[in-house]
Design a protein around this ligand. Structure first.
Ligand SMILES: NC(=O)c1ccc[n+]([C@@H]2O[C@H](COP(=O)([O-])OP(=O)(O)OC[C@H]3O[C@@H](n4cnc5c(N)ncnc54)[C@H](OP(=O)(O)O)[C@@H]3O)[C@@H](O)[C@H]2O)c1
Length: 293
């Protein structure tokens, strides 16, 4: 059995990665402020601690999912965002190359400006907010470091949440519950992707040493937040006539209109994990409501 180290293991995606990949490999999950055993606490800004952790655990693979991924927060804290999203990533990539650890970096569709979808893995990037800029900078550093690294770009994620606010998808359900007649963005087109599908795909990629370079993973159903709200309103018994749309972009940080990721390379390898959004989000919401009862 190989050993897979996963950063961001306390986060939305990292939890799914740990759970799915542990069926096939020994998983060493690392978080930071929320890490409790069996997860390890590791500050990725502390290079000495990172080197000592790698000495101790000797992973064969490292999936780097830790990041600051909230666009508004990134605009407010450039220094902190650069330290985690760029400097720590660059250090991990370099260290993994030196030690022969296969390195996977989770990136985002926000490296694109959203004006000419769909985007191929080979298309030039052009982010329009600071979060996207830091992910682009990290991608460039990784590509310059070694062609053996793998960059995995993903769109907006949902899955099992600790709070509905944790995902940009399930937060819509919280907004419907708090204020059923609040308006929802009907401008940006998103491709909500279940974290379990990303984890299953990573599992397949790990098994194939040829999959290096940039890979796109994306759900194939397109929705605006308003359209997701109408689906979730039905699940939550919120009257659909109350749900209103907003024709202009929402949020303080600029957001791209449509960053559809074309997963041409995964299809070449015959890797394809998809699920129906309406069914999957109903599962996520009912599991969450049951847990909160
Ligand atoms: N969520 C999305 O919709 C989305 C969309 C596109 C791309 N992505 C990318 O997917 C990846 C995973 O996102 P996510 O939604 O799972 O993120 P998340 O839920 O916000 O989790 C972030 C993770 O980073 C860890 N972290 C923060 N500061 C750290 C530090 N100094 N040292 C070590 N770890 C630290 C956190 O640990 P603690 O919480 O324990 O402090 C947490 O585990 C990220 O690379 C993100 O950019 C996410």
């Amino acid at each position: 059995m190989s050993t897979v180290m996963i950063t961001g293991a306390t986060g939305l995606l990292g939890r799914a990665l740990c759970q799915k990949i542990s069926h096939h490999h020994t998983v060493i999950g690392c978080g930071f402020s929320r890490a409790v055993a069996p997860l390890h606490q590791l500050d990725l800004g502390d290079q000495t601690a990172v080197l000592s952790f790698l000495d101790t655990h000797q992973p064969d693979y490292l999936i780097h999912a830790a990041a600051e991924r909230r666009p508004e927060y990134c605009e407010r804290d450039h220094q902190g965002t650069l330290a985690l999203n760029v400097a720590a990533t660059e250090f991990l990539a370099k260290t993994c190359r030196q030690r022969g650890i296969r390195f996977f970096f989770i990136s985002t569709d926000y490296v694109f400006d959203g004006t000419s979808p769909p985007y191929l893995e080979s298309d030039p990037t052009h982010p329009i907010n600071f979060y996207g800029e830091t992910k682009q900078a990290a991608e460039r550093a990784i590509i310059a470091d070694s062609e053996l690294h793998t960059i995995v770009r993903v769109p907006v994620l949902y899955g099992e949440v600790t709070t509905l606010e944790e995902s940009a998808v399930t937060i819509i359900a919280q907004q419907l519950l708090d204020s059923p007649s609040a308006s929802h963005d009907h401008w940006a087109i998103r491709y909500p992707t279940h974290v379990d599908d990303i984890a299953l795909t990573l599992n397949d990629i790990i098994a194939n040493p040829d999959v290096t370079g940039i890979i796109h993973i994306s759900g194939n159903q397109a929705f605006t937040k308003y359209e997701m709200a109408t689906i979730m309103a039905q699940i939550l018994d919120v009257p659909s006539y109350l749900v209103t749309s907003q024709a202009t972009p929402s949020g303080d940080a600029k957001r791209p209109k449509n960053c559809a990721l074309k997963d041409t390379r995964l299809l070449q390898y015959g890797i394809n994990h998809q699920r129906d959004f309406a069914t999957a989000v109903a599962d996520v919401l009912s599991t969450h409501m049951l847990r909160c009862q």
